[in-house]
Ligand binder design. Structure first.
Ligand SMILES: Nc1ncnc2c1ncn2[C@@H]1O[C@H](COP(=O)(O)OP(=O)(O)OP(=O)(O)O)[C@@H](O)[C@H]1O
Length: 443
């Protein structure tokens, strides 16, 4: 195998909020937003790696941090074997030529006061290119170069003296791409390059990117939230959730046999022609993404996961377990007020049993049985007595999931996924239960 052009190792980027002098004078604690929290991947020369996930999961931060446009909190990035975060000014200057970024919004990323010629040639001017323009002046050389670049991205060389507002969204994105190509880079981060464009124009820009990759031998990191876009342009796809990579694999394999419950849910939420609701195997994603300021312990997806693993000694179905987990989270967030439950309980009765009946009807809509019912009622009786801490403790003791105790490792196989369900195995299948889908590992 060839040497990867890019190697990302345990990259971490935290944003710190409330850490100004005024904040500390006002006694506010600094808060960290764990936007990217220890991700690793490689990209081979000439490859397109997709980076997908819901809004806010850390995709753009990843792209910008590995290009050193943002300062990493921790981790390492090697480009052509060189440590990007340890480059001196000469090495960094060369790096800035070799890597480029294309942004999502072609309306705000181009300076409206500059002509297209100036926009595309600006990187050349900044880098003092050409050193030797031969028979021409530097300005003539750059004009010719820009005219050539415009034609290569499907625009006319006659557009050189026009301004961005004279172009459509698709054309502006082509201008952004021409600018990124000016320095003849090896690697480009494409940050949602077609998300702001009409669907009819998206395919044209994607085809252009594909052609340019072949023509110039480019390597891409293609960031997108739209899975259907990634499918056609990427060789491999990495799926991100709340600052972590949860699955990475060859595109077709990842789409045809997704392993991680998050990838499965993400794919199920993509409308697909000919697929009826009945044919869906896993429920589409529900619930909100937790805040990256206080991400869940262990697996970050566990608070929304449809197949979270119960403790070994507990016989509990997924729906009931989810209700208990949600109740625990509500306790922890201070969202459960016993006074309200007493008020809503049968006014004829003031006994603990009335409280428990009311609380059960509020928190679970399935019938609890056996040990599960016993632990649950014990917790509720503590709550009835006003001891919310003890109630929480009971729920944590008896219902703790392996998914919350340890962060699942991403393996180093060709198609790894970070999920406790199949750690140590390479295969996963999805089976259906009456209460929803359950992913199971093949041993
Ligand atoms: N400058 C900043 N200061 C504080 N928090 C930030 C900053 N920039 C991004 N974040 C937060 O970091 C997290 C990751 O943001 P990022 O933009 O990288 O996600 P994304 O997956 O690219 O989302 P989108 O598709 O919406 O751009 C989000 O919670 C975001 O609010």
């Amino acid at each position: 195998m060839t040497e990867p052009i890019l190697q990302v190792r345990e990259l971490q980027k935290y944003y710190f909020e409330q850490d100004t002098l005024i904040d500390s004078l006002l006694g506010r604690d600094a808060e960290s937003v764990k936007a990217v929290d220890g991700i690793s991947f490689d990209i081979q020369p000439g490859e397109t790696l997709g980076l997908v996930g819901e809004s806010g999961c850390g995709k753009s931060t990843t792209g910008e941090t590995l290009l050193r446009l943002r300062e990493a909190t921790d981790g390492e990035v090697l480009f052509d074997g060189e440590n990007v975060f340890e480059m001196d000014s000469t090495e960094l200057k060369q790096f800035r030529r070799d890597v480029q970024i294309v942004f999502q919004d072609p309306f705000s990323s181009l300076d409206p006061r500059m002509t297209i010629g100036d926009i595309v040639s600006e990187p050349l001017t900044i880098h003092g290119i050409p050193e030797d323009p031969g028979e021409q002046t530097k300005r003539e050389w750059r004009r010719d170069k820009v005219a050539d670049l415009l034609e290569r991205v499907g625009l006319s060389a006659n557009h050189l003296d026009r301004y961005p507002h004279e172009f459509s969204g698709g054309q502006r994105q082509r201008i952004g791409i021409a600018r990124a190509l000016a320095l003849e880079p090896e690697f480009i981060v494409l940050d949602e390059p077609v998300s702001a464009l009409d669907v009819s124009v998206q395919a044209q820009v994607l085809n252009l990117l594909d052609d340019l990759q072949d023509e110039f031998g480019l390597t891409y990191l293609f960031i997108a939230h739209d899975l259907s876009v990634v499918r056609h342009i990427c060789d491999r796809v990495a799926v991100m959730y709340l600052g972590n990579i949860v699955e990475l694999g060859p595109t077709d394999e990842l789409f045809d046999s997704p392993k991680h419950p998050y990838t499965q849910a993400l794919l199920e939420s993509v409308p697909r022609a000919g697929m009826s609701e009945h044919g869906r195997r896993v429920e589409a994603l529900s619930g909100d993404v937790p805040s990256p300021k206080s991400p869940p312990s262990g697996c970050r997806f566990r608070t929304r996961c449809p197949v979270v693993i119960p403790p070994e000694d507990l016989d509990i179905d997924q729906q009931t377990y989810r209700s208990v987990m949600d109740l625990r989270d509500a306790f922890a967030a201070g969202d459960v007020n016993p006074e309200h439950i007493w008020e809503a309980a049968d006014p004829e009765r003031t006994d603990e049993e009335a409280f428990i009946e009311e609380a059960r009807s509020r928190f679970v809509d399935v019938e609890l049985r056996g040990a599960v019912a016993g632990h649950f009622d014990t917790a509720l009786s503590h709550l009835a007595a006003g001891d919310s801490e003890k109630a929480q403790e009971v729920l944590y003791t008896h219902f703790a999931s392996p998914c919350e105790e340890r962060r699942p490792a991403v393996g180093d196989t060709e198609h790894p996924a970070a999920c406790h369900l199949f750690e140590g195995t390479d295969e996963v299948t999805v089976i259906e239960t009456t209460n929803g889908a359950v992913a199971e590992a093949d041993d």
